[in-house]
Ligand binder design. Structure first.
Ligand code: NAX
Length: 336
């Protein structure tokens, strides 16, 4: 059978993107249809969800997807109805959310967005495929993932993650630059905790080529005044300077987190992803927490038994507390 006939016969993977008319949606959709996640031999059906006021924009996105002439793009479907959007979805990228407006506190953002994720959780529960894999990108990503899990009781918690790969990539690049090597020489970088300013990018187990992260961390000025603040406040910095969210880097990170989920992490290495805690490293059970994780192509496994120094433990305690506070806020709203 020739390649074209094989492609025509292969069953497509159905991918739903919410907030598909937004900035990140615009970047990630073309990567999905272009084969960057599932490879050159895997067709995709793409389902796009946004709010009614964005339906014209969605039409424009679909026109451009068609005009790219991607052979892998089997079909597109756009809707404003979450249940229809997730119908048969094998993968869901939950990007759609209210933006953080000037003067808005994080608590206001949680209040505005957690309701969206409750409704998307219910819709996923009703209509997604049994093998659904979910990545929550819309902020506050970890707590939104928690809300999705509570509203989708039939979906195993292991299928629900939040995006931490962007923070991971930011940290890897900064470490590589410090060591004077390429970013793909970085191994065992870890982002602990929340996708927020309290996250803890941990170099103590990492290496960059022949250089160990722990060695570089001995320069405490670089660690505490450059590395940690640069990584943890990067989203805000990009927003301030560019005037838009980290569109391209978030799309690339989403693609990479999904690729690792489907194809596995490299032997001897790990990545970072927000996953449902089972109490590892003293994190309360049921928080969605970014950990060092490996993937076997199906499930994520938290890398256990890493030794944490006092500096790391103190930072991790801060990000745990923030996630507890966020959980308590959505709990007080009756959403979990
Ligand atoms: P945009 O404002 O460009 O797009 C968001 C889209 O979501 C809009 O088209 C909007 O109409 C849609 N939307 C709003 N409510 C919806 C609903 N109920 N159902 C479906 N769609 C809905 O934002 P963009 O720059 O694309 O960012 C999207 C989200 O990603 C934001 O919450 C942002 O904070 C978050 N980010 C998360 C990152 C991460 O690493 N986890 C990094 C990048 C980004 O900041």
């Amino acid at each position: 059978m020739d390649m074209i006939a094989a492609l025509e016969r292969r069953r497509p993977i159905t991918v739903t993107v919410t907030g598909a008319a937004g900035q990140i949606g615009y970047s990630v959709l073309f990567r999905i249809a272009g084969g960057q996640i599932f490879g050159d031999d895997q067709p995709v059906s793409v389902r796009l969800l946004d709010v009614p006021s964005k339906i014209r924009n969605l039409e424009g996105v679909v026109m451009e997807l068609e005009d790219c002439g991607y052979p892998l793009l089997r079909d597109t479907f756009m809707t404003v109805d979450p249940v229809a959007a997730f119908d048969g979805a094998n993968t869901a990228l939950l990007v759609g959310a209210h933006p953080r407006l000037v003067g808005m506190e994080r608590g206001d953002l949680i209040a505005a967005n957690s309701r969206i994720f409750a409704s998307h959780g219910r819709a996923l529960n009703e209509s997604a495929a049994d093998d659904i894999r979910i990545i929550v990108v819309g902020n506050p990503a970890n707590t939104n993932a928690l809300v999705v899990g509570h509203h989708a009781p039939d979906i195993p918690k292991s299928r629900i993650t939040s995006l931490a790969r962007l923070d991971h990539n930011r940290a890897a690049f900064q470490l590589a630059r410090r060591a004077g090597v390429l970013s793909n020489s970085v191994r065992r970088m870890t982002i602990w905790g929340n996708h927020s300013a309290t996250q803890f990018p941990d170099v103590f187990h990492a290496s960059a080529g022949a250089v160990s992260g722990a060695e570089l961390a001995e320069d405490t000025k670089w660690l505490t005044q450059h590395f940690i603040p640069t990584v943890s406040s990067r989203g805000t910095s990009v927003l301030e300077v560019r005037g838009h969210s980290s569109q391209a880097s978030a799309a690339r990170a989403t693609v990479e987190q999904l690729r690792d989920w489907y194809f596995g992490t490299a032997e001897g290495d790990w990545t970072s992803a927000g996953v449902w805690s089972h109490g590892e490293y003293g994190v309360p059970e049921g928080l969605v927490f970014s950990y060092p994780v490996t993937s076997d192509g199906d499930n994520w496994t938290v890398v256990e038994d890493l030794e944490l120094n006092e500096f790391s433990r103190d930072h991790i305690a801060v990000t745990i507390q923030e996630l507890i506070d966020e959980r308590d806020q959505v709990s007080a709203m009756g959403l979990i």
